[in-house]
Design a protein around this ligand. Sequence first.
Ligand code: NAD
Length: 248
Amino acid sequence: MLLEGKIAIVTGAASARGIGRATAKAFAEQGAHVAILDLDLEAARQAATELGEGHLGLAANVADEAQVRDAVAQVLARYGRIDVLVNNAGITQPVKTLEITGKDYDRILDVNLRGTLLMSQAVIPTMREQKSGSIICMSSVSAQRGGGIFGGPHYSAAKAGVLGLCKAMAREFGADNIRVNAITPGLIQTDITGGLMHDERRHAIIEGIPLGRLGEARDVAHAALFLASDLSSYLTGVTLDVNGGMLI
Ligand code: NAD
């Protein structure tokens, strides 16, 4: 088992078809105890129960410092350590530059970027004491190609910010044996993308993907599993493009 006895937090993991849920499942199948953190407590608990015994469902808004600290304290109270954090919670909004209001900007940056910072700040002291940890940040192909698939320019900016933050943390905490890596998913079939596309658009996008299909949540989950496990023990500050070849 790749994560036997490891303690992992996956944010935004309650959504049934989402990348976070698939990641939590892949981790649990490899022996990890998973804390599923999401906005709704019942949904998070339900998702944890569906993983089997030994998992935890927690409610927190990743953009709220007090809620984040409280949730991480609950994980420590239950398990006593934290080996893996997946910063997966994210939201998007399909608008163009001139339509973005200040409120939209704050909302998108808060969840995607501030949330990644706050969650990382909350677990790093523990990982430092342990002298080990793996943090995985969910960015997006939108950060690399300037959007154009789904999500507005503020989403692209937030996800590009996640890449910069991730590399900076990788550099800062390498000496503590904390690895920080990012994943840039292409177009993955989940709730976030489901409502954003009509068939013609979907077809045009698939034509531009060398592997000839949209991604599945488990395609991303398996990359997260690799980054969480010791199989990637000499990787830090890298970005894995899980996009079917979209950027070749
Ligand atoms: P999803 O909408 O299925 O799941 C996102 C989850 O995050 C939901 O469970 C939601 O409740 C939770 N969430 C939202 N705001 C939150 C907050 N403030 N605090 C805590 N939880 C919150 O989305 P998904 O498609 O599974 O996306 C997961 C991640 O991958 C996101 O960061 C997204 O930006 C990124 N991503 C997705 C795609 C794609 O094609 N689906 C592509 C690139 C990147």
